[in-house]
Design a protein around this ligand. Structure first.
Ligand SMILES: [Zn+2]
Length: 190
């Protein structure tokens, strides 16, 4: 899944990183992989050295609005801030921080998407990946994405139809190239 996360200190220095490893058969020692719980934020939080760093002074950055598991994990590890680059209409649970007493009491500073273009690219990647995986919930997932982020959803559909990302994956194209390609698709979908 195209989701990544890092934990930084108050100055923005990266202390740990993680990525979604649900569909990966192997991973570094200490990471969760090949499991439904192998989420990016969870992996980034697991690699944060809690003895060396005060989590209250740390910020969890993630490409995608955290799911209930990762929102809970952020609270349970006492990070001071959470920032995400793209809304996630299907499982995004940032609203839990304002609704669930336990999460509210954690006083985690939550900052949502600040860059429309970046959000569009990330959402298009997510849509393309779901189309490839074809899970049972695909229809409902796409409907929700289409309502909230129509252009990104269209760009994701087009990327899937053209097979562009599959081909770039096979060729081992650098991330920068992939992002440029998705950005172009976003521009023509707009
Ligand atoms: Zn998650």
């Amino acid at each position: 899944m195209p989701i990544g996360a890092v934990v930084t200190d108050a100055h923005g220095n990266v202390l740990s990183r993680g990525r979604n490893r649900i569909h990966e058969r192997s991973g570094p020692s200490g990471a969760v992989f090949d499991h439904k719980l192998a989420h990016a934020e969870l992996n980034a939080l697991l690699f944060l050295d809690h003895r060396e760093n005060d989590p209250r002074a740390c910020v969890l950055w993630t490409t995608t609005e955290p799911c209930p598991l990762c929102a809970g994990a952020a609270r349970m590890t006492d990070v001071g801030g959470l920032r995400y680059a793209s809304r996630e209409p299907w499982g995004g649970s940032a609203a839990m921080f304002g609704a669930v007493p336990y999460l509210k009491r954690g006083d985690v500073r939550v900052v949502g998407p600040e860059d429309k273009q970046l959000e569009g690219v990330l959402a298009a990647l997510q849509v393309e990946r779901f189309l490839r995986l074809g899970p049972e919930i695909l229809g409902r997932f796409l409907r929700l994405y289409g309502e909230v982020m129509p252009e990104a959803t269209e760009a994701g559909r087009r990327l899937h139809r053209s097979g562009a990302l599959r081909e770039m994956g096979r060729e081992g194209a650098p991330v920068s190239e992939v992002l440029t390609r998705v950005g172009e698709e976003m521009t023509s979908a707009a």
